[in-house]
Ligand binder design. Structure first.
Ligand SMILES: Nc1nc2c(c(=O)[nH]1)N[C@H]1C(S)=C(S)[C@@H](COP(=O)(O)O)O[C@H]1N2
Ligand SMILES: [Mo]
Length: 199
């Protein structure tokens, strides 16, 4: 069963396509550098910081948390949007319930095997649409798109979704990730065109 969340834009704007974006049917790849090769059997995810029970999950422990498939849109800050992407994965909210997030957590830092990081306020992170995705359109997520596991954030520009994700840290003070340190927006709402940190 596919949960269609493509109408989430109604919360943020009038049009499904955010301002300044154009639609594409292809799925471009945007990676800052080398694309790490990580096998499912070697992959693990550490969840640390302001939580009751820090954990490192392997593949079986991760997928046992509970998996769902969502139909989502994908908005890249460079201007392209791709509609109707079916991603299968574990919602971040499910993982957060598993570790127990502390009351003083306000922000989240995601890290990846290519040393990419990205940060997002807690409320924008803990939405039902934030998925740790491992399948795209029913197939294992291709390595170029972040396989074995990447984060997707259909309510935010796609640089908030760390490909090859291997760490999630709940923070009591905001910190900035790779692009956020280079001038990109912390909040990154596509319908408000929050592309840069000074806009
Ligand atoms: N680990 C990692 N995650 C990343 C990136 C990256 O370079 N490394 N690029 C980000 C950017 S800028 C975008 S637009 C999306 C692109 O995802 P795609 O290559 O699947 O289209 O991944 C984001 N996540
Ligand atoms: Mo991007």
């Amino acid at each position: 069963m596919v949960k269609d969340v493509t109408d989430l834009y109604r919360e943020f704007g009038d049009e499904r396509l955010p301002p300044g974006q154009h639609q594409t049917d292809s799925f471009p790849v945007l990676s800052k550098g080398n694309e790490p090769r990580v096998a499912r059997e070697e992959w693990s995810l550490s969840v640390t910081g302001a939580v009751d029970d820090p954990v490192t999950l392997d593949w079986d422990e991760f997928t046992a948390l509970g998996v769902e498939t969502q139909r989502q849109d994908f908005h890249c800050v460079t201007g392209w949007s791709k509609f109707d992407c079916d991603f299968t994965g574990v919602p971040l909210t499910t993982l957060a319930d598993h570790v127990g997030v502390d009351d003083d957590a306000v922000h989240v830092m995601f890290s990846a095997a290519d040393d990419y990081t990205t940060d997002l306020p807690l409320d924008a992170s803990l939405r039902p649409e934030t998925l740790l995705a491992f399948e795209f359109d029913g197939d294992p997520l291709p390595r170029s798109h972040g396989g074995p596991v990447r984060v997707v954030t259909p309510h935010r520009y796609a640089y908030k979704g760390a490909k090859w994700v291997n760490g999630i840290e709940f923070l009591t003070e905001p910190e900035r990730g790779f692009w956020e340190r280079r001038g990109y927006s912390v909040t990154a709402d596509p319908w408000a065109e929050e592309r840069y940190s000074d806009s």
